[in-house]
Design a protein around this ligand. Structure first.
Ligand code: NAD
Length: 488
């Protein structure tokens, strides 16, 4: 099972219920130290082929189980993840760079809850029925699992987002081949060790580790995988659409964002400021739902900026395993460079960096000097057309700009290619409804952020995605519907 070589953690693919070594491996780094600590299989066509075969073989038995039988297994898996919560949280923090507090309170509880939630929701779907008395007919719909689902997930919320796909896929009776990000594969591998104990039959969940270009594309191009659920960048989604087009695959695409926060003069700043700090900097700003454009109405602009920057400076950046730390390490050296470059570009364009990168000094423990750290950074006076206001930065950087009218801010908030999530802050109920309706955004939170009911659709408009996920939406995506007409 778990192999150790020169104290490195060596992962293996999980195919047909067995851990299988790979012929070549990729280095995986601990972002908080910069050290290689893990070897991840560099899988390709051959491994994907074996995994798809195992999933195909398992499909007849798994798909013929009742929803209740599947539900019981998913519930057991949720329990087993919760039981090992601390070990999973430690592993996620080490692998991804996120703080141990975030992993303990967000990532792993939600990964377990994904199984618990879909174990329950699968029991409550009803299909449709209509009567056509003049023709002596009743029509009804029936839903069946599609087959082998290909699931591809990113590095920012590794187990959280992978289980958000695995849980509904298998609850509906599909079998799966999943490929987590090559940069954060450890918790997926740990979960494989629990599958048998939970009662998941061999071949129902197969995990193939490796890069997007090799393992990911082999999965996307496999003719026996009729649907792909993908979460990641818009650029990768374009490639997946191209590659899957010859097979007419069903796609669910959850992509990037450039999310606005709109703060009106009558906002309750005592709630708004701490929440907008979280929405900007939680998980190092590496959440697709993070705020990166803050529009503040003129009457409170100066006060907001002063208080917001003062609070941002209090966020502690450092060793992710220290429970008092608020900001951990970014995922990689390359990503850190990319995020830093955005700040430099903003400065070159005349924007003012009020705190963080280039302004304040990092104070890191000796063991973390080579880690990929960056302070929460607030930029003001940025032009709407600047790349910092248009492109997804995906780091602890947020831009604050001023606005005057409701009409103006809606137009400016909508003037990006993305449309994933927005927040609106005002104590005028009429206004929050009006603004929420006009924002081009799959999710709008008013006077809050990241409050989720998994029953309801999740997903983005425009370049932020295609399709929605959630109780009913995932059920519809992971099943094929048929209309049956009976004449009596
Ligand atoms: P990415 O697109 O680089 O990679 C995502 C996954 O796709 C990885 O597993 C990767 O190996 C794989 N992949 C890469 N190239 C591939 C290819 N050609 N074929 C098949 N698979 C391929 O994204 P990332 O950098 O890992 O994650 C960050 C991005 O994800 C950000 O844009 C972020 O906004 C987005 N994201 C979106 C949501 C959402 O729900 N909308 C949630 C989290 C992250």
């Amino acid at each position: 099972m778990m192999a150790q070589s020169k104290a490195l953690l060596v992962l293996e693919n999980f195919i047909g219920g067995k851990f299988i070594p790979c012929s070549s491996y990729i280095d995986s780094y601990n972002p908080s130290t910069g050290d290689v600590y893990c070897k991840v299989p560099d899988s390709g066509k051959e491994e994907v082929e074996a995994a798809v075969k195992a999933a195909k073989d398992a499909f007849p038995i798994w798909s013929s189980k009742s929803p209740l039988e599947r539900s019981q297994i998913l519930t057991k898996l949720a329990y087993l993840i919760e039981h090992d919560l601390e070990a999973f949280a430690q592993a996620e923090s080490k692998d991804q760079g996120k703080t141990i507090t975030f992993a303990r309170t967000v990532d792993i509880p939600r990964a377990a809850y994904n199984f618990r939630f879909f174990a329950s929701s699968i029991l409550h779907h009803v299909t449709e029925c209509t009567e056509m008395t003049t023709m002596g007919c009743v029509h009804y719909t029936s839903r069946a699992p599609v087959g082998v689902a290909g699931l591809i997930s990113p590095w920012n919320l590794p187990l959280y987002l992978l289980t958000w796909k695995i849980a509904p896929a298998i609850a509906c009776g599909n079998t799966v081949v999943a490929k987590p990000s090559e940069m954060t594969s450890v918790t997926a591998w740990m979960m494989c060790k629990l599958l048998e104990k939970a009662g998941v039959p061999h071949g129902v969940v197969n995990i193939v580790f490796g890069t997007g270009a090799k393992a990911g594309e082999a999965l996307v191009c496999h003719p026996d995988v009729p649907l792909i659920s993908f979460t990641g960048s818009t650029l990768t989604a374009q490639r997946i659409m191209e590659k899957s087009a010859p097979h007419c695959k069903r796609l669910s695409l959850e992509l990037g964002g450039k999310n606005p926060a709109i703060i009106f003069d009558d906002a309750d700043l005592s709630q708004c400021i701490p929440t907008t700090l979280r929405s900007s900097f939680a998980n190092q700003g590496e959440i697709c739902l993070c705020t990166s454009r803050i529009f503040v109405q003129r009457g409170i602009y100066s006060e907001f900026l002063k208080r917001f920057v003062a609070e941002a400076k209090k966020w502690k950046t450092g060793n992710p395993s220290d429970p008092t730390v608020d900001v951990g390490a970014l995922i990689s050296k390359e990503h850190l460079e990319k995020v830093r470059n955005y700040v430099k570009k903003a400065q070159a364009e005349g924007a003012r960096v009020l705190c963080g990168e280039g302004v304040d000094a990092l104070d890191l423990p000796p063991g973390n000097q080579k880690g990929y750290f960056m302070l929460p950074t607030v930029i003001a006076e940025v032009k709407d057309e600047s790349c910092c206001m248009q492109e997804e930065i995906f780091g602890p950087v947020t831009c604050v700009v001023v606005f005057d009218t409701e009409e103006e801010v809606i137009k400016r908030a909508n003037s990006v290619k993305y449309g994933l999530a927005a927040t609106v802050w005002s104590s005028d109920v009429g206004r929050v409804h009006r603004v929420a309706h006009r924002l081009q955004s799959g999710l709008v939170w008013t006077n809050c952020w990241l409050v989720r009911d998994l029953n309801l659709p999740f997903g983005g408009m425009k370049a932020s995605g295609i399709g929605r996920e959630g109780a009913k939406d995932s059920y519809e995506f992971f099943t094929e519907v048929k209309t049956i007409t009976i004449k009596h």
